[in-house]
Ligand binder design. Structure first.
Ligand SMILES: Cc1cc2nc3c(=O)[nH]c(=O)nc-3n(C[C@H](O)[C@H](O)[C@H](O)COP(=O)(O)OP(=O)(O)OC[C@H]3O[C@@H](n4cnc5c(N)ncnc54)[C@H](O)[C@@H]3O)c2cc1C
Length: 517
């Protein structure tokens, strides 16, 4: 088996992984950066709304908004770190160094927008392609930075730990310690071992374990599942945020309709044209996402209609194609002209507030294993995330973690062992079975562990998923490993972990809502 060696192995090339690679390489570390697709194929590149920047006149207001959106459950230390260090990282890296093309007013000042749950305009954006603009700039800088080796089309399979991967009794009984991962490089049929002094999970979230999701294909909680298999502490996995406004069309794919539209004055209406959110929350259509998603769910359950609508009547219609080009073009592809029509919308799985537990410098409970971005959970979001905090979290967490790792690694006495060779079965996996099993996971999660949960539904989900996991495990052991097989194995594992967390939490809070509390 081919064995590669590096200082830092970063699994995931979205904003968190790419920014980490940049900061770590500049601190003198060698970095291997893995991603499932190309440099811009990540949820980070799909972010439409923006990134929080301007916290004037009083940063305390942002702290309050994050805590309120989280239903009072966010970790105050993590919130303070974001509010204090986030805007500094945005200014240093994105504005001063990379000169990302955020929208500006005629006088050159940054345009500010707001989204649900925000009490002020503080979000900067590049029309509705903010994530693309940011990730393209950061990925471009990664490409020209010495010390970073980028592997696209690669899938990490499992983490290497002393206890799992070594026959030496001293290592077997040592504290849990990670030393890299097995991965399947793009275009290769044989896994390699990447041995690293530090391994960082930056695999994004888990939206694609649900039938309807805003996430990139393949984002099924790889980081959570790999971390679970080596004994990492996971936390808050029941808090899956559903975005309230995703395009609905009978045969159309789901795609996000940015909340910035509501920030600019769009309102949700039902089929009778009633502004139903005004009955539910003092902020109406701009209430926190969990509240809006549940209100839409209730509206649809009561009416039997397939969707509600976003009414853009209060906006300057003529300006919409320029300010929201992504939404304009994608809706038009499916027969909806946003300069004239209502937009049909439904909620979909969007963001994982929980994940692999870390401290504020990305450390997990496993030595030399870190986690950042959406994979990690510092408690910043508690039970529900405030809009436009996640790109900021990617940047802040990546910087704090990379700088801490550069310090830690310099003083590290750590013998890197030889990994066990990978034993490849020769059978080919049947793609029909993989596709069917993944659909079953997604349907089960949507119907039984989605926006509205009950003890009975969760019990049923658990039963189905446990049986399915058995099937998939034996299938996995018998077949030559492929990206699709890795994805299926991680999807069913992550789904079970979400259901388990939801079953253990008898109280509705934030994004976790039980009808039979
Ligand atoms: C449609 C959409 C709109 C959004 N809008 C906003 C917004 O306006 N503002 C905001 O703040 N947030 C927004 N978010 C949320 C935000 O984009 C994400 O939370 C954030 O980008 C996550 O970044 P990340 O680096 O952690 O993960 P991602 O950007 O998801 O990247 C994950 C990376 O991990 C790789 N990966 C995963 N598993 C493996 C594996 N096993 N092996 C190798 N590589 C792997 C993937 O290929 C990818 O490169 C939005 C999300 C979506 C989906």
């Amino acid at each position: 088996m081919n064995v590669m060696r590096t200082d830092c192995l970063v699994i995931g090339g979205g904003l968190a992984g790419s920014a980490y690679a940049l900061y770590a390489a500049r601190a003198g570390l060698q970095v291997a950066l893995l991603s499932l697709g190309g440099p811009l194929e990540a949820n980070s590149g799909w972010a439409q709304g923006g990134i929080i920047y301007d916290t004037s006149p009083d940063p305390e207001l942002l702290t309050r908004d994050i805590l309120e959106a989280s239903d009072g459950s966010a970790n105050p230390a993590a919130v303070r770190q974001l509010v204090r260090e986030g805007p500094v990282a945005v200014r240093e890296l994105l504005l001063d160094e990379l000169a990302v093309g955020f929208d500006r007013a005629a006088d050159g000042t940054l345009e500010l927008t707001r989204e649900g749950g925000h009490s002020a305009r503080r979000i900067i954006h590049a029309r509705d392609r903010t994530g693309h603009a940011i990730l393209a700039a950061v990925a471009g800088r990664v490409a020209s930075t010495p010390g970073i080796e980028r592997y696209t089309g690669a899938v990490a399979i499992d983490l290497l730990t002393l206890s799992h991967n070594n026959d030496n009794p001293e290592d077997r009984y040592a504290p849990l310690t990670c030393f890299g991962a097995y991965a399947l490089p793009g275009g290769s049929a044989e896994p390699v071992a990447i041995v690293a002094r530090k391994t960082v999970l930056a695999c994004g979230g888990l939206g694609q374990i649900f039938q309807h999701s805003t996430n990139h294909p393949g984002i099924v909680g790889h980081g959570v599942a790999m971390a679970y298999r080596v004994g990492a502490r996971l936390i808050d996995l029941e808090y899956v945020q559903f975005h309230p406004t995703v395009f609905y069309g009978k045969n159309a794919p789901r795609f996000l309709i940015t909340e910035a539209l509501r920030g600019e004055g769009a309102v949700l209406v039902n089929v009778r044209g009633e502004r139903f959110m005004d009955r539910v929350h003092e902020r109406g259509s701009l209430a926190p996402r969990d509240i809006v998603s549940r209100a839409i769910h209730a509206e649809l359950s009561n009416s039997g209609e397939p969707c509600v609508y976003l009414d853009l009547g209060a906006l300057d219609r003529a300006a919409l194609p320029d300010r929201f080009p992504t939404v304009y073009e994608r809706c038009l592809e499916h027969g909806v002209d946003i300069t004239r029509d209502l937009i049909p919308v439904v909620p979909a799985a969007h963001y994982s507030c929980g994940g692999v537990h870390t401290d504020l410098e990305g450390r997990t409970n496993i030595r030399h294993l870190g986690a950042i971005g959406e994979t990690a959970c510092t408690g910043l979001h508690g039970a529900n995330r405030l809009a436009s905090t996640s790109l900021l979290e990617c940047l802040t967490g990546a910087k704090a973690t990379a700088l801490a790792d550069a310090r830690d690694i310099a003083s590290l006495e750590f013998r890197l062992p030889e990994p066990r060779p990978w034993l490849s079965p020769r059978n080919e996996a049947d793609p029909t079975l993989i596709h069917q099993d993944l659909s079953l996971v997604q349907q089960t999660m949507w119907n039984y562990a989605g926006i509205v949960r009950s003890a009975r539904r969760l019990t049923r989900a658990r039963r189905i998923l446990l049986e399915l996991r058995e099937e998939i495990q034996s299938f996995y052991r018998d077949c030559r490993v492929t990206r699709e097989l890795v994805e299926l194995r991680n999807a069913v594992q992550t789904a079970l972990l979400v259901v388990h967390a939801a079953s253990l939490n008898p109280r509705s809070k934030g994004a976790h809502y039980l009808v039979d509390e």
